[in-house]
Design a protein around this ligand. Structure first.
Ligand SMILES: Nc1nc2c(ncn2[C@@H]2O[C@H](COP(=O)(O)OP(=O)(O)OP(=O)(O)O)[C@@H](O)[C@H]2O)c(=O)[nH]1
Ligand SMILES: [Mg+2]
Length: 212
């Protein structure tokens, strides 16, 4: 048994709205979260490609709905998956309600796109209780379909000391944490993706040791 790996990944297209998106002919994983949380970086870490999705220290870098096609190789089988990198929310200065900060097009996309199977909500490990993220989680729970799954992943875990990491684990038992800087934590995300889309479960023997 080996860990799942993405062996092929390419950018396909950018869209402004659901209307000019790709046909809904492939299972999709969307990456959503506050601006600058590390959506594009996480997508790059998962695909092991440095600049596939454009990342930047300046918030608001991703402004369109960006589609990437990837291919997993796991136990000598191929599993195609589409990744969708979304613009961040919470960047606009006047952010009274979720609808105000999150563009109408994005709301429509995440609510109505049939091919979405997994929502990966990225949250900053340094601000795990941010209200806007709690709101987004509650909001998605209002329309999530039975064939869809929602997953929280904490990014920037490298910014926390051991005591803070322990507290995060206590507050969010079983949560997934990643560092795109240190490149760790991504194996569990791969398994969640394959389990959601292809019902492939991680077996005890390929449980990754948590790298520090
Ligand atoms: N230390 C650390 N920095 C990270 C991590 N992930 C992302 N970053 C940094 O955070 C900044 C924002 O990363 P992006 O991947 O562009 O964030 P984004 O969520 O796509 O941002 P928008 O497209 O603007 O919404 C960049 O400077 C990244 O290098 C991480 O795990 N650890
Ligand atoms: Mg981005």
């Amino acid at each position: 048994m080996s860990s799942p790996r993405i062996v092929e990944a390419s950018f396909i297209k950018s869209a402004q709205s659901i209307a000019d998106s790709l046909p809904e002919d492939m299972s999709e994983v969307v990456f959503l979260g506050r601006s600058n949380v590390g959506k594009s970086s996480t997508l790059n870490s998962l695909t092991q490609r440095k600049n596939l999705a454009k990342s930047s220290a300046t918030p608001g870098k991703t402004q369109l709905i960006n589609f990437f096609e990837t291919r997993y190789l796991y136990n000598e089988e191929n599993y195609p998956v589409r990744f969708v990198d979304l613009p961040g929310f919470g960047y606009a200065k006047v952010s009274k309600t979720l609808k105000e900060v999150w563009q109408k097009n994005l709301v429509e996309f995440i609510q109505h796109r049939v091919s979405i199977r997994l929502f990966i909500h990225l949250r900053d490990a340094r601000h795990p209780h941010a209200k806007i993220d709690d709101d987004v989680k509650a909001y998605i729970s209002e329309f999530i379909r039975p064939d869809q799954r929602y997953l929280t992943v904490f990014t920037k875990i490298d910014k926390l000391n051991q005591k803070e990491r322990n507290k995060l684990k206590r507050d969010f038992p079983g949560s997934i944490t990643v560092s795109n800087l240190k490149k760790n934590g991504h194996d569990r995300v791969h398994y969640e993706i394959l389990d959601t889309i292809f019902a492939i479960e991680q077996t005890a023997q390929d449980l990754p040791g948590e790298k520090k």
